[in-house]
Design a protein. Sequence first.
Length: 132
Amino acid sequence: MMAPMEEPDDAVDRRRPRSVYSVGNEPDPRVSLANERTALAWMRTALAVVAGGIALVLLEGALPEWRSVTWLPVVICLSGAFLAVAGIVRWARVERAVRMRAPLPAPSTMLFIAAVIVLVALVVVVELWRLT
């Protein structure tokens, strides 16, 4: 006995999120794959930021002098979580814009990323200077 025929892939689009794939026209696959690679780069960066926060927790255990900045690993790990979410949101916004043939959205999270990097760098420099 044969299995029932399924509808062709182009008749029923089961991809998610529907808010992305249900609008506009199918773009050139190279553009979608480039957008996906960028989203994966955001994920790698987010993971590296979280790992940096974990490293600071371990450093606090090895160097009691670092206990004055116990809030820093929390800020760093939360920033990594934010980056992961921001990467997915950015992927969806860009994918929708490409499908709608609209201008690409501005990189709105870059200011936040820069601010966190500057904050972390300043705290580390001040703490290292204080320890010497």
